[in-house]
Design a protein around this ligand. Structure first.
Ligand SMILES: O=C(O)CCC(=O)C(=O)O
Length: 348
């Protein structure tokens, strides 16, 4: 379906104000004053975990302890020595830039808002319902078995192979982490296979945030929690990602070639709230474009997700209702991004 909303990048490129630069934030992006990013952000570094020892049966328990501590206290952590080859990461970054550096006429061949197509080039999250648009465009690609064709085979040739290679590497990492997260909670790998619907769908979003004339008026991406199981995010060297812990916001400092891992809503539901899905957002800056590549792993849309009996008892009743993941996703995409982890209300 063609999308009528003009993308941010195109708006900037065709700006008549001064050869391809906007001098002010257009009204469509300006948030109400009570709903803008406060400037106070904590500097504390999130956990950084070397996961190479997950493959060593003697050292694995120690790494699992680190992961479980990070999940319980932060819900967000960075991983290094993760096994995804450096050249695969570099080629992926280059491929993303190749896509966004094309003329608008080429990019717009893929135009379509999120959740509409197997591959799409979209702007903000859901401009049809947002009070203020986010300062970003996104190239997304989906592999949702049973729902649509595998978008990775439909990408433009200038980036297809790099995306496929990158996806293979990150799939392996996600599987390793998915198992480790449950093992850290005391669920054995054998039980996970029986009790937890597999992480069988992937939505990848390449976020492109152009420099913004006044970052205090708008967000790169509004506060939200992710809806699936886990997200594996690659940032570039430009800071922007912030997460909420208690009442404070923390910057996730970019580390070269580290992946940022975060827990999403379905892990909170399955673990009956032992682990939390964490609210996060991205802010913009005046000088540098920023790019992030998010891989959102989730179950099949037909999967029913409910707290595992491992985490419920007479004293600890289920805190979430069973939900069909497809309904959860539909609800998510029908709204703008919601703060305060409000997507979880569907299971409460
Ligand atoms: O750009 C980032 O660092 C965050 C991206 C994000 O939260 C998302 O794509 O949902």
């Amino acid at each position: 379906m063609a999308c009528a909303v003009i993308g941010l990048q195109e708006m900037i490129e065709t700006s008549a104000e001064r050869a391809g630069q906007l001098q002010a934030v257009p009204d469509a992006f300006i948030r109400p004053p009570h709903d803008r990013s406060p400037s106070l952000v904590q500097e504390q570094q999130l956990p950084v975990i070397d996961i190479s020892d997950l493959h060593d049966p003697h050292l694995r328990p120690l790494v699992l302890q680190h992961i479980s501590h990070a999940c319980a206290h932060w819900g967000f952590f960075q991983v290094v020595n993760h096994g995804v080859k450096d050249e695969v990461i570099q080629e992926m970054r280059a491929a993303c830039w190749r896509f966004f550096n094309q003329p608008a006429s080429e990019r717009n061949k893929f135009k379509g808002q999120e959740n509409e197509l197997p591959v799409g080039y979209a702007t903000s999250f859901n401009p049809a319902v947002e009070i203020a648009r986010d300062w970003k465009d996104v190239l997304y690609v989906r592999d949702v078995p049973g729902m649509c064709s595998n978008g990775f085979n439909l990408l433009p040739e200038i980036c297809r192979e790099a995306f496929q290679q990158y996806r293979s590497g990150v799939d392996e990492l996600a599987k390793l982490l998915f198992e480790s997260i449950f093992e850290g909670l005391g669920v054995s790998i054998a039980s996970i296979k029986v009790k937890v619907p597999p992480a069988a769908q992937l939505v990848m979003g390449v976020n492109f945030y152009p420099p913004c004339p006044d970052p205090s008026l708008t967000y790169g991406i509004s506060p939200h929690s992710d809806v699936g199981y886990v997200t594996v995010l690659l940032q570039d060297e430009v800071p922007g990602l912030q997460i909420k812990k208690g009442e404070n916001w923390y910057l996730v400092k970019p580390l070269p070639n580290a992946f940022v891992i975060n827990l999403a809503d379905q892990i909170e539901i399955l673990s009956n709230g032992k682990y939390k899905s964490i609210e996060h957002r991205a802010v913009t800056n005046t000088d540098k474009p920023r790019m992030s590549i998010a891989c959102f792993y989730g179950p099949l849309n037909s999967a029913i997700i409910a707290p595992l009996t491992d985490f419920t008892s007479e004293n600890e009743p289920a805190r979430y209702n069973a939900v069909k993941y497809g309904d959860y996703v539909r609800n998510f995409y029908s709204k703008g991004l919601l703060p305060d982890r409000a997507t979880l209300n569907l299971a409460r």
